[in-house]
Design a binder for this molecule. Structure first.
Ligand code: M6R
Length: 366
């Protein structure tokens, strides 16, 4: 059942190239330049006229929501707010009739997310679901939706759900942007082509596995980890830290790289591994100067870089390369090495990777 892999988590990490293509297949027609998604097509006017998009989710799904916030605002120019479902309904949120709520949930059974959906519906919002489990409670409670086609995710640590959620949310953003005219036709076509190339690039990113294992061995005894990223890769930093916490029980924090100087930089010494997502484009020069700040305080730097990068290689203790792609799709690639790093550290520490202590696959209590 684990298909020759030692753990479900590793199997699911390796399933990502297929999970991503299964998620866009049949929806994205690159040659014709169209995206067809029933849940979007049937509600197009509502979505295009939304004054605001509210995204509600928990955990990894919330991180996918943060990536989507950046993508929607950039491509569709509709303001987006991302909320923890667990906070949303406890603070009398302002919800308008012309708000569109997007609820993201792998399991479709998360109690906090379900409760937030019910509140949004009571207040008249249109609620769109992005779920993985077909027929799940959330997929039934929402007005419309689009499934991720990740297949069953068994490992408690979410991996392929995250990348397929970003895939679905990118498709939605692209479709709306094309209809709204907020991106040019040629960019639209180019973006579709780039999305189609992502599964091949994920495969290339997975080829760093052995190299990542060596890095894991070097830092497995660290007591703390810091993860830094900017822009589209800030949520990836949060997700990398969550993965490590969950399965290895090592304390880790994710931060926007530029926030470091407002506090967390005080933590940095020679004991502190810092994972920095420093891909080309995404404020690259700024991230390079953040890396220099860490280096001068003797932090250990693990850089996630675009292939062929020389600058960060010259500064960092280790680099892990990922293929180049357009900026808003980089989270689909930068996440891969972070998943593998936490996986190997947890295995080396002899932790129960697929079923970490105190956690359940779906959290059905509020
Ligand atoms: O099934 P959901 O996507 O609603 O689950 C939300 C979170 O409980 C989930 O992402 C959790 O944070 C994962 N264990 C993270 O790896």
């Amino acid at each position: 059942e684990k298909g020759g892999y030692d753990h479900f988590m590793l199997k699911e990490i390796y399933e990502q190239p297929n999970a991503i293509s299964d998620t866009y297949r049949g929806r994205m027609r690159v040659a014709e330049g169209i995206i067809k998604m029933a849940g979007i097509d049937d509600n197009l006017a509502k979505l295009l006229n939304a004054k605001r998009i509210l995204i509600i989710a928990c955990g990894t799904s919330w991180h996918a929501g943060l990536v989507a916030e950046y993508i929607f605002e950039e491509l569709v120019r509709i303001p987006v707010e991302v909320e923890y479902a667990s906070e949303f309904r406890y603070r009398n949120p302002v919800i308008h009739q012309d708000d569109v709520v997007i609820a993201i949930s792998q399991s479709g059974e998360t109690a906090d997310t379900m409760a937030a959906i019910k509140l949004a519906k009571e207040r008249g919002a249109f609620v769109f679901g992005v779920c993985n489990v077909v027929g799940s409670s959330i997929s039934r409670e929402t007005h419309a939706g689009a499934y991720t086609h990740a297949g069953p995710e068994i490992g408690v640590a979410s991996t392929k759900a995250f990348t397929t959620q970003i895939t679905v949310l990118s498709l939605i953003a692209l479709k709306l942007a094309e209809r709204k005219g907020t991106i040019s036709n040629s960019d639209f076509h180019y973006y579709l082509q780039e999305l189609e190339r992502i599964p091949e690039k994920v495969k290339l990113a997975l080829e760093s596995n052995e190299h990542i294992k060596l890095i894991a061995d070097t830092y497995k005894d660290a007591k703390n980890f810091l993860y830094l990223g900017r822009g589209y890769n800030f949520p990836v930093a949060l997700e990398g830290a969550l993965k490590l916490k969950e399965i290895s029980y090592i304390h880790a924090e994710g931060y926007p790289a530029a926030e470091m100087k407002h506090g967390p930089i005080a933590l940095i010494d020679e004991q502190m591994p810092v994972v920095v997502i420093a891909t080309k484009k995404g404020h690259y020069d700024k991230v390079v100067s953040n890396i220099q700040e860490i280096k001068s305080r003797k932090g250990k730097i693990i850089g996630i870089v675009t292939e062929g990068d020389e600058t960060v290689k010259g500064l960092a203790d280790h680099v892990i390369e990922i293929p180049e792609t357009i900026e808003f799709l980089t989270p689909l690639l930068t996440t891969i090495p972070l998943q593998l790093l936490s996986y190997h550290i947890a295995v080396m520490l002899d932790k129960n990777v697929d079923q970490p202590r105190n956690l359940a696959k779906s959290v059905t209590v509020e």
